[in-house]
Write a protein that binds this ligand. Structure first.
Ligand code: AMP
Ligand code: ZN
Ligand code: FE
Ligand code: FE
Length: 302
């Protein structure tokens, strides 16, 4: 029987609505053979997830998702898999990225206020922290602002909040400072992980040739994998990403990008289009990671 995995998910440590423990239990309940937790900009949920995965007996990959610089309206997200939750570089990077969010989020809220949506940063923080232990650090993102807008009756849905206000073409959009793609890849490598370009359709490249150029640049900067299966990918995108994986020697990976209630149409392990990821994707990723680990060990012994 084919087994399946989900290598791209979010928890309450960033903008998902399941705690790391709930996420692992849900993955177990739906029969997944393995799961990666890839919260935005933080590894704060990883230890809880590791402990629960051990408890229920499930393969677990500690991960992270980092936003990198890229021209609008595209977005470039780099996933890290097999990062070490204790790596000092990971914590340093997280701190920088959190500071840039803390600078941006109040700008968004102020603009929303000017546009007549009366929400406060306290309400946004309240949404982000309502399910986490008191004092725990969380990454506050636009989905929390969207939820605060829904609760205040300013919009009917999270989707509408993004369409009107928070999306890259919305009237209250502010970018945050990001790492360059090379910096993001290097940070992930320094933390012992493998770097994968997430949901390449969100780069919004003009055509396949443009996308190939970008992926080639990322591969030259050290990229290890490409997300082939994702909730935003139709069959044509899956075929295209598989071709790019082959061409640039990247490991094909995939996941749902599960966020719980914040992306209500995305189902854990299935995504939005019932695209499932076979366990071989995790096997190949792990194999690449082991090879690289050996390589790093060898070169540092010289
Ligand atoms: P941030 O990291 O604060 O910039 O927020 C980015 C997150 O917002 C993404 O990872 C998604 O979870 C979510 N997001 C971005 N665009 C949309 C959209 N159009 N609809 C719903 N969620 C979105
Ligand atoms: Zn998110
Ligand atoms: Fe993403
Ligand atoms: Fe994601």
């Amino acid at each position: 029987m084919t087994q399946f995995v989900d290598l791209h998910t979010h928890s309450t440590a960033s903008d998902g609505t399941y705690s790391p423990t709930e996420l692992i239990r849900a993955a177990k309940a739906c029969g997944l053979a393995g799961i990666a937790l890839t919260d935005h900009d933080t590894g704060n949920g990883l230890k809880e997830a590791v402990a629960e995965a051990e408890k229920v007996g499930m393969r677990f990959v500690p991960g992270i998702e980092i936003s990198a610089e890229f021209p609008l309206p595209g977005t470039l997200h780099i996933l890290g898999h097999f990062v070490d939750p204790d790596a000092p570089g990971l914590h340093r990077m997280s701190k920088i990225l959190l500071e840039s969010r803390n600078a941006r989020n109040p700008l968004i809220v102020r603009r929303l206020n000017e546009l007549g949506c009366k929400i406060t940063m306290e309400q946004v923080r309240g949404v982000a922290t309502e399910k986490v232990p008191v004092g725990a650090a969380v990454v506050v993102g636009r989905p929390h602002i969207a939820e605060a807008l829904v609760r205040a009756g300013c919009v009917a849905s999270i989707r509408q909040a993004f369409d009107v206000y928070l999306g890259t073409t919305g009237s209250a959009y502010f970018p945050k400072e990001r790492l360059t793609p090379r910096q993001a890849i290097e940070c992930i490598h320094e933390a012992g992980g493998l770097a994968t370009v997430a949901h390449p359709v969100q780069l919004r490249c003009e055509n396949a040739a443009h996308l190939a150029t970008i992926v080639n640049h990322l591969a030259e900067a050290g990229l290890d994998g490409i997300e082939v299966w994702h909730s935003d990918h139709n069959n044509r995108a899956v075929t295209l990403m598989l071709e790019l994986a082959e061409k640039y020697h990247l490991v094909p990976t995939g996941g749902s990008d599960f966020h719980g209630r914040h992306k209500a149409d995305v189902v854990l392990g299935h995504g939005r289009r019932n695209v499932k990821v076979a366990v071989e994707a995790l096997d190949r990723l792990e194999e690449r990671w082991r090879q690289r680990g050996k390589y790093v060990a060898k070169s540092s012994n010289r």
